[in-house]
Every structure is written in C-alpha cells, then in structure tokens.
Design a protein. Structure first.
Length: 457
C-alpha cells in the first residue's frame, strides 16, 4: 500500500549530493504510459484551487523517502482549515500544535486483545494523539473518524474510548460520540465523561436501541482538497499519548471485497494480464477511496469483477485459487497446498492499514486472459476449526470474471470500457463496474446476485 513502507533512514542532506553526482552516469529509463498518467493526476491535484481542507498524507518526497503512517506527524491545527490525516478529520477552535499517528502493530494487538476480553473489537482505526486530553478540553471543536460498522443506526449515540495506558484495561475515558453512515463525530470536552471502567448499563458495545437517523453522514473526501504534504516526522511518543478507538460487537463489523487489479492500460493481449489482489473493507466511502484514488496513484485499474466475502473479525483468511480450461465439462483444479501461494489477511490487518491491503501471490502472480480461455475461481479458508461465515466462497468458491482491456475491445470491436468508475445499484450497494456495454453476464451478476447478499448488511 502506498504510504505504508518504513523510513529509509537517510535524510535529505545525506542522499541529495550522491543523487546529483550519479544521475549523469545512469541510463535514462523509458517512460511507461502509466507513469505519464500518474504524473498528470498528481499535477492536477497539486494545482487544484481549493483551500477548504489541509490534507496530511505520506506522499513520496523528491528524495523518495516515504514516511510510515505509524510515525508521528506534527501538525498545526487551524480554526478555518480542518486537518485530514487519512481517515481522521480534525477541526479546532484555535491554532494548536498536535502530534498524531496511526497505531503501530504491537499497540494495536495489545488493545485488540483487551477489547476481545469484553467481547468487542475495534470498529475504527486506532489513532494515537499526544496531549489529547488538553486538546479535547481546550482546542477541539470536532473530530471525525471513519468507522467499519454496517448497522450504524444502532450506534447513533455511542462512546469513543481513549486509553492512557494500553496495558491497563481500565485506563480509558468514554467520550460521547455520534455515528453517521461513514464516520463518527466527537465534539470538544463533555460533562458526562466516565473515567476508568466499563458502564454496564450503557456500554459502548452497541447496547443502545436503534434510532431513526434523519441526517446522513457525508465523509470528507481528500479528493476535494489541496494536498499540502504531511507533517514533520518525530521521535518516540510522550507519556501523554492517548489511543482512540470505538469498540463494537464483532457481528456488526463490515465484510470485505476482493479486488483484482492490473497496471493502467496494460494492453498485453493476447498474453495474460498480471493481477494483484487487494482486500478492501466493504464500506462505500472506503471502496470509493480505493478505486478512485488509491489505484490511480499506484498506476493500477480494476482488472476483474470484485468478490464480496463475509468475514468474522477475529479469524485469519487465506485465498485459494482454482483454474481449469473453459470447456464443456471443466474440472476445477485448486492450488491448495500446506502453504498457500497467497498471503493471509484478517480484519485487523485491514483496519491497521487504511482499510485496504494487497494480497501477493507467491512465487508467480495471478494471470487473467481477456478472452476467458481459462476459468478461474477463488475460495477462502480460515485458520480455525470454527464454522466459517455463511458464504458460498468458503465451500464452492467465487468465479473471477476478467475485465477486457482496451486492446481486446478494439480487436473484438467492442465498446471501450470506462476505467475505475463507480455505480450504485438499486439496492444501495456500490461497486466498480467495467465492460458494462457488452458483458451481459456481469450486469446480471451485479444487479441480481448482489441484492441477495443484503442479509449481511
């Protein structure tokens, strides 16, 4: 994932001189078409004339040093300009220096284990902020955090927790929050904060009764903002650091979608396209961000129909690939071995990494033909002996329908397909569609099968 790699350990002054001295000795590399598209997109975002939101992102610097989202960023809040740090938006009353980061893996696992003891799990990314208590009482106007809950109406009135000590399960304070379709909203200091312990009568686990919600939450999109870079990378956290999380019952957590992607305009036909598989949290805002923002920045596009997978938040999942020739009596051969060619993933790994995660296939990538000469399917296996979710992909598998590339469309005289578009079906489900002009089976799959899956919603 872009922005998730660690620090290279070199500063600008360490590497800039070497680059200038050696640049003339290196052969010029040919420009790939995808590089041109990426540069055009970045230039467009750079010169876009809007100033409503300051976006804090781990974008590559000229030195190619890419900071991690798990490093603290120092930002200065502004009452006129909200700060957006990935899935968090902060609006302050006054200017305030703030240090913020995504929760590192070790801290995430510690807090996740603590919540499991209560029968809960993290329903938001875990965010760590230094001097949070003083910021909440003195400077904070609103904080929006993306959530992963389907039945969000149940949590309309909920409580965000912030922990001062991850190794003490009672060292948290409940903050009143309000949940909308895509995010929760926390205002400045309230009078009803409950300190150190669980409220058995009104738990943040979702025991509140469902209420009718008249306001639909609209997630702030970084695509409507100027990308003004990211804050300074800083040293170790202070003792005043707090970890913010919304707990929820595991059965209320959203499922995932498997996306099959390829390089933009990779017209290899009749040779197969190399496919990289991603797991993405099945929330409209997160899918839109992944398809319309993350993929273009990575130089990739949708290469096949996505597959929706029901999951349980505390299980680990491993994809299994099956293939066979596209004949009258196909016999599917599955690549199931003691060690699957695909890497495993879990809800926790997705929640830690901005809601989407690449799932590499080793040692060779998945390859799909536009002419569909072979049939490909994918099954899921879990790491436990418990019964998996009620989803056919765990027993029978889900079929992978490739998207025809531009070269194949021209050869077969098919209508050219739009790239990475989003269409919302009548059921309210959102998907990325392709080849809609000539793939009748795909349309039937989206608008006939998808509504049957709404029981998971």
């Amino acid at each position: 994932n872009a922005g998730d790699s660690g620090d290279s350990g070199e500063s600008d002054s360490d590497c800039s001189l070497d680059k200038r001295q050696t640049s003339a000795l290196l052969p010029r590399q040919p420009t790939h078409p995808s590089h041109f598209l990426i540069n055009s997109f970045l230039n467009f975002m750079k010169h876009k004339s809007e100033d409503s939101v300051t976006v804090i992102r781990s974008s590559p610097e000229p030195t190619d040093i890419v900071p991690s989202i798990y490093d603290f960023k120092t930002v200065i809040t502004n009452p006129e300009t909200p700060i957006v740090f990935y899935d968090v938006k902060i609006q302050s009353k006054i200017s305030k220096k703030l240090r913020i980061r995504w929760c590192p893996e070790d801290d995430y696992e510690t807090l996740d284990a603590t919540l499991k003891e209560e029968g809960l799990c993290p329903a938001t990314p875990i965010i760590q902020i230094e001097d949070f208590e003083s910021f909440l009482s003195d400077s904070c106007k609103e904080i929006h955090i993306r959530h992963n809950v389907y039945e969000w109406e149940i949590y309309q009135k909920c409580h965000l927790r912030y922990y001062s000590n991850l190794h003490n399960s009672l060292s948290y304070i409940d903050i009143e929050a309000e949940m909308f379709q895509d995010y929760i909203k926390v205002c400045g200091q309230t009078a009803d904060n409950q300190k150190g312990g669980r409220n058995e009568n009104e738990s943040s686990s979702g025991s509140n009764r469902p209420q009718q919600v008249n306001e639909r939450g609209d997630r702030s999109s970084s695509s409507n903002s100027n990308d003004e870079g990211y804050g300074q990378r800083d040293e170790s956290p202070k003792a005043t650091m707090c970890s913010l999380v919304l707990p929820a019952k595991p059965e209320h957590i959203c499922h995932i979608r498997l996306y099959f992607t390829r390089e933009i305009r990779e017209n290899r036909c009749p040779d197969p396209h190399e496919i990289l598989v991603y797991a993405v949290l099945d929330k409209k805002a997160k899918i839109k961000e992944f398809v319309q923002e993350e993929l273009p920045l990575c130089g990739r596009e949708v290469g096949a129909e996505n597959i929706r997978v029901a999951i349980v938040s505390d299980q680990i999942y491993t994809p299994i690939l099956g293939q066979c020739p596209n004949t009258e009596n196909p016999i599917m051969v599955w690549e199931e071995t003691p060690t699957s060619p695909f890497c495993s993933f879990s809800y926790s790994s997705l929640n830690q990494k901005r809601g989407f995660l690449s799932i590499p296939k080793m040692p060779l990538p998945l390859k799909l033909y536009c002419d569909r000469r072979n049939i490909y399917m994918m099954k899921m296996k879990t790491n436990s002996e418990r019964k998996p979710p009620d989803d056919p992909i765990f027993t029978y598998g889900g079929k992978i329908y490739p998207a025809s590339c531009q070269k194949f469309c021209e050869t077969e005289k098919l209508s050219p397909r739009p790239s990475n578009i989003m269409i919302e079906s009548s059921s309210g489900d959102i998907s990325s569609l392709y080849d809609a002009s000539h793939d009748s089976h795909f349309l039937q799959q989206v608008f006939t099968v998808q509504p049957l899956l709404q029981r998971h919603m």
